[in-house]
Design a protein around this ligand. Sequence first.
Ligand code: ATP
Length: 530
Amino acid sequence: MDMSKMDKLVSLCKRRGFIFQSSEIYGGLNGFWDYGPLGVELKRNIKEAWWQDMVRNPPPGPDGQEISMVGVDCSIIMNPKVWVASGHVGEFADKMVDCNKCRRRFRADKVFLLRAPAVSGSEHITLAFEANSALEAGKLAQADIERLFNRRKISTNIPEVVTALDAPNDWKRPCPAEGCDGDLTEPRQFNLMFQTYVGAVQSQENIAYLRPETAQGIFVNFPNVLDSSRLKLPFGIAQIGKAFRNEINPRNFTFRSREFEQMEIEFFCHPSHSMSWYEYWRDLRKSWYTQLGIKSDRLRPREHAKEELAHYSIGTTDIEYLFPFSEEPQELEGVAHRGAYDLTQHATHSGKDMSYFDDEAWERDKATRSTNSFKEWLKTNPPKEQVDKYRFVPHVVEPSAGADRFTLAVLCEAFAEEEVNGEVRTVMKFHPRLAPIKAAVFPLVNKDGMPEIAQKIYRNLKPHFNVFYDDAGAVGRRYRRQDEAGTPYCLTVDGQTLHDQTVTIRNRDTLQQDRAAIKDLENVIRARMA
Ligand code: ATP
């Protein structure tokens, strides 16, 4: 855990315009964030890289085949029956505990109770900490436990640990908030969906929800996409969009927010091929992060154990990243094999057919049948496995990523402080594809015709890349400003430019400078960014 790195990063994000607190002049709103001029470019680049690499140009499938991918952009508010079918109305709830004194509310599975036998008086002494795991809670409690043990208040320094969710009835449940001596309630369900009303009347019938995930928009449009695009299985439908969850404890900067963006794919395939597609997406999604500069030792795929899986899921892998605010890697993306669960749920609740008819297989086998009409053929009572060969509910593999979580991982990964010539520089080492500004153009001094040449270079590059012009202050200060913005290249017009029409190109990471002809700059930058 490196909280000082996190504090520095949060302050750089505000100072340089990556991320601001939402409605900051009114004191902000917990769990809501705004992206500033640099942040919006970074997040756009992330979403565009995802769309380009997953939707427009995905790599070949497990057998080297072309992959069909299309996109949708669905409404945030949908018919509330969608959320009944998906289970979100009934189940999308965390168990919460409330403090009877400070009134704070906590997720019951994130409060850890550490209990050791008391040497005198009450039977046990119980401490409470809010943490992501028993290990983290143990670390947070270590000093307190040692002190109690050394003062002979408890008889062992190895406490029993359970979460407030699992604590037996006879355990004390102290509030984990610092300085509060209140007690926690029993765990209670709390639905995470934001509720609103559609239309003028605020009645039960008009209740609607802000979507807590983008996936359901894809599922309910499966028949529309199928009918309108003539796609054949296997194929994927992708969506990038906002999702809303009334998280109890928004925390760790943008990591857990109440409004965030998801980048989700539902990949539909024949049940018999679903395992190899699951493995394909799991491996592809991990390598995508590595390609964009996330070091593989901070990135880890974590396969869910059987007990962790949702009842319909055949397999799930979380792709996790070790953020500086945590002892253990945290989820960036979940890749889930969801079987036929979602389409079946929507078929049941809507009464609409969500199955797929494999007309290629049907045509291929036509010599084996007396009729070419599927309806007529069904009347001959063919065995179920024969019918399923032609008409079935596809299986789904879902890689579900968070655009804001990945943006935060990119910021954490890029942040570095380095000593250069006895001075510490802060530099954001973004992958050039993600960098908000690709190149900055400077005149070395504001005279001798240098600003005019630099402005011309800037104008010529602007249609091709996000470039920035800066003529304010010493050139060293300008380099530092671009280091903090994560700009991979700085182009400087100097005395030599006036003689040979070349400029210096300074590399953000190596600090090396070389020269390139002005007329070649577009190609040179493009080649270096590749
Ligand atoms: P967590 O366990 O962290 O709450 P989750 O398992 O509920 O996440 P999913 O429902 O699988 O998350 O959502 C898919 C992705 O959406 C997550 O991997 C994450 O990147 C992103 N995401 C989910 N909740 C949030 C949130 N509150 N803030 C930011 N991103 C989120």
